[in-house]
Ligand binder design. Structure first.
Ligand code: AMP
Ligand code: ZN
Length: 508
């Protein structure tokens, strides 16, 4: 496989289905706000605005976090494929996110700086760059902008000043938002009663348990590396403020889609909505659609960054897995379903990716060697109809709230369709690549499974492999190892001992 390409700039794909085309399916997407599927109707059909809550850069993103961006990338690819131009913003939270989403605890960035003794700005830069590399390795297209919270402090202060008189009150440790001053606070959240509110512990003096900090003043004697002067004292913004400010600045008061992980549906996004409503003095939530991906979970529970124990994309790479195998694993589940991560599931996704890559390679070889005479017009029309049928079925699947698991078997069918020439199958494959981002048109099973620069040799990877070799070497789990072998052979994969997850696997 070639090393993952840099993501291309966001532009409509060449083979975009024209919006005017009557065969194009209307796109329906699930709106967490109304709790129903809705037909997508952009505010400005010439440009769709998407805001995705970005990472808090006090540590590496874990693969659960990255599922959130595989989801937004699928959304953006589908919109591009359907012919829309996009402005897509992914912010970088480099200040303000406390160790609890409910406004308690330490600032995560300051805590990381204290724990490591490092400069906080260097920490933020390091993890921001690592995050961007993760996106590139997963073929996630570069958004229009990655604005940093710390570049928008003046705008956050201006926003807070604009809502202060009618919606905020002061406490000893800062400025708080009074959630009773906006209509229908928390409508987005699922758990309005005990479960939701009990998560938000009271800060002394808060008028309502769910009120939240807009600005937090530094405690006397506190040694913060990131703090700014404000009308409420020296300190730092509350976490929710940055997303209201940056979405408004780059997408306007009303934009199309706001995304995040499902945890954001409970606190962060209701609070953003409350701020937006306060600022516009109306009931508008800011975005038309609020979309949330479900969690990647492990058997032990939700994968969490603050818990300290988590798996990064780099861990997968060290263990010999290509990042696109993880992307494929994500695509095998609909974004609103919980997805369980296990090494066996990742092995299965790797096998599937390899089978696809080998099939495409064989088609490419045959297309290059083909000396077939040009077909007559009648055959051409039949071929066109078949190709159009694959495109429409892909369109139907992904237009149904991005049902990627339904698109994958259609891809299998296309690649195996002997009624179409290799060249025709490859031409239709381009549509699937545009939507699924697996880059199968250029993938090579003969290359390395390792992205460039990951700095690990094959032997070390094999030693760390969770798969058959290591199980055998450890001598502890032969039945499990043999079960994996049997399932691979049943899948038509020839397993070569000593090289269980490299690209040298062959289809039997
Ligand atoms: P954070 O860096 O913690 O602010 O999270 C970045 C994104 O990852 C947010 O959209 C979160 O909602 C999302 N997220 C966090 N944990 C998971 C998980 N286990 N599975 C899927 N998405 C997650
Ligand atoms: Zn946000």
């Amino acid at each position: 496989m070639t090393s993952p390409a840099q993501p291309s700039a966001q532009r409509p794909e060449k083979r975009a289905i024209e919006r005017a085309d009557e065969t194009a399916m209307p796109l329906t997407l699930y709106n967490s706000l109304t709790r129903q599927l809705e037909r997508f109707a952009p505010i400005d059909p010439a440009n769709v605005g998407i805001y995705s809550c970005g990472p808090t850069v006090y540590n590496y993103a874990h693969i659960g976090n990255l599922r959130a961006y595989v989801f937004t990338d699928t959304l953006s690819r589908v919109l591009s494929w359907k012919g829309y131009s996009l402005t897509h913003i992914i912010n970088i939270t480099d200040v303000g996110h406390l160790t609890s989403d409910a406004d308690l605890g330490d600032d995560k960035m300051e805590a990381a700086a204290r724990a490591t003794g490092q400069d906080i700005w260097a920490i933020a830069r390091h993890y921001t760059e690592a995050f961007k590399r993760n996106l590139a390795d997963l073929h996630i297209r570069t958004p229009t902008r990655f604005p940093l919270a710390t570049d928008h402090i003046a705008e956050m202060i201006a926003f807070a000043e604009a809502i202060e008189a009618r919606h905020c009150y002061r406490l000893a440790d800062g400025l708080y938002f009074d959630t009773a001053t906006v209509p229908d606070y928390g409508r987005l959240a699922r758990s309005q009663d005990d479960a939701g509110e009990s998560r938000i512990d009271p800060v002394e003096g808060k008028r309502h348990p769910q009120d939240f900090a807009i600005w937090r003043t530094s405690n006397a004697g506190e040694n913060r590396q990131m703090e700014w002067d404000s009308p409420w004292g020296r300190g730092a913004p509350g976490w929710h403020l940055e997303c209201s400010v940056m979405s408004k600045q780059y997408l306007g008061d009303r934009f199309d889609i706001h995304t995040g992980g499902i945890d954001h549906r409970e606190i962060h996004h209701p609070n953003e909505i409350a701020q937006n409503q306060a600022h516009c003095g109306c009931a508008d939530t800011g975005a038309t659609l609020w979309m949330h991906n479900n969690f990647l979970v492990e058997r032990s529970g939700k994968m969490s960054k603050s818990g300290g124990q988590f798996t990064t994309l780099q861990t997968l790479v060290y263990r010999g897995f290509h990042p696109l195998a993880y992307r494929l694993m994500c695509l095998q589940a609909q974004y609103r379903s919980e997805l369980e991560f296990s090494w066996d599931n990742l092995v299965a996704a790797t096998t599937r990716l390899k089978r696809l890559a080998l099939t495409v390679q064989a088609l490419r070889d045959r297309a290059a060697a083909s000396t077939a005479a040009p077909a007559d017009a009648r055959v051409d029309a039949r071929v066109d109809a078949r190709l159009q049928d694959y495109r429409s079925r892909l369109d139907t699947a992904i237009s149904d709230d991005l049902a990627t698991p339904r698109a994958l078997p259609i891809l299998d069918e296309l690649l195996a369709d002997k009624r179409l020439s290799p060249a025709d199958r490859l031409s239709a494959l381009a549509d699937f690549d545009a939507v699924l981002g697996l880059d199968l048109v250029t993938i090579s099973p003969r290359g390395s499974a390792r992205p460039a620069g990951s700095g690990d040799d094959r032997r070390a990877r094999r030693q760390r492999s969770p798969c058959r070799t290591s199980r055998r070497a450890g001598g502890k789990d032969f039945p499990r190892s043999d079960a994996i072998r049997d399932s691979l052979i049943a899948d038509g994969v020839e397993v070569m001992d000593g090289d269980p997850i490299e690209w040298d696997w062959r289809l039997a």
